[in-house]
Design a protein around this ligand. Sequence first.
Ligand SMILES: [Zn+2]
Length: 435
Amino acid sequence: MKSLQTLLTQLEKSQWDSAHTLQDLQLERFARLTSHAWRHSPFFRLRLEQAGFTLGQAWTAEAFARIPLLTRSELMLQEAHIRCHAIPPEHGQTYRMQTSGSTGQVVSLLRTDCTQLHWLALAMREHQWHRRDFSATLAIIKATTPTMDDPIRAAQTGWGPPVSLFQQTGPSFSQPLSMPVAQQAVWLARIDPKYLLTYPTNLSALLDAYERGEAAAPVALRQVRTVGETLHPGLRERCKALGDIGIVDMYSSQELGLIALQCPESGLYHTQDENLIVEILDEQGQPCAEGAVGRVVITDLHNYATPLIRYEIRDYAERGPACSCGRGLGSLKRIMGRRRNMVTLPDGSKHWPLVGAHRYREVADIRQYQVIQHGLDDIELRLLVTPLTPGQEAAIATLAHQALGHPFKLRFSYFDRELPNTGNGKFEEFISLLA
Ligand SMILES: [Zn+2]
């Protein structure tokens, strides 16, 4: 297996290759993957043969596009047939991992030392793009992170892989997401990190506390790295207003690792084309043009244990333009979220609601909100607040109707404790039960 340094050197160079050269590289890697999958995966042997595959064939973009999409339910129910009986020794050990789906749909698959190596290299690429100061303090607040609050241990552990594989780093402190936001704020002020890694909704709750004057933002904080949930644009403005704090977002999934990373020059999300083929498809299955929003479909070029070929990850994204930075890597302009984050109008059409509706707080001290669509004209507003007056409800309804793009019938539900997450610590502001 290649060393991490070798892979990084290759990635430093290939990011500047033309889009055309990168596509050739992808198809060459895809040919190797399909030869392997045809031999060792009963599921893909059948699927590739149905798509007209013959062993040793060269792939074109047209032939690739004829392979049916792999759905999440196929992966969930048929992983034992998708999984390969043998993997090449240079791919190393395999590891079983499970994704905790939001509706109890657990996907389980194998990843390998080789996919892990690519994850490390791409994570390092992300640090290099954003020229991080590795001597600085890092704070992490994520769902499953254990508490790391002892300065000596935080210094010994450092930032962890990949950075600590290359050099000494500053300390890295962490807390689980279950820590109440008020305590998080106190903790962050004390350890005063330059970088904070967390989820967008948790960041939003911290910003609420700072904006209300309930806590002071860490003095040293310069950048928040967001993962795991859809980042809504309002958060960038709020961070900037707080003290010129930047946000760098990462688009990743447990099945596939790092999918797209923000360009340091343009802010577009660059797809990690050396490792994945990322397609954005319209409802007819055709590639979306620049500026159009479509389904994200991904092929993992290096997972030889549970091949993911044209896997429909169920997110939606907007295809971006060629980037001004000069890299040949493809781009996404926005990651929209899941299909169930789209609102359905009474005429059956679907669109993306404007979430991140910070303006609700102008009406009342709403600590958290969530909008659930139960029917075509039945929308529930869940609010973490003491019950509102009829006048306040009317004001919120006006804002909700603007955000949803239709004067839906609304009902209010009041909560006095935190609204429930939808799994794995993630929170979705709008969920349609019709999707
Ligand atoms: Zn760029």
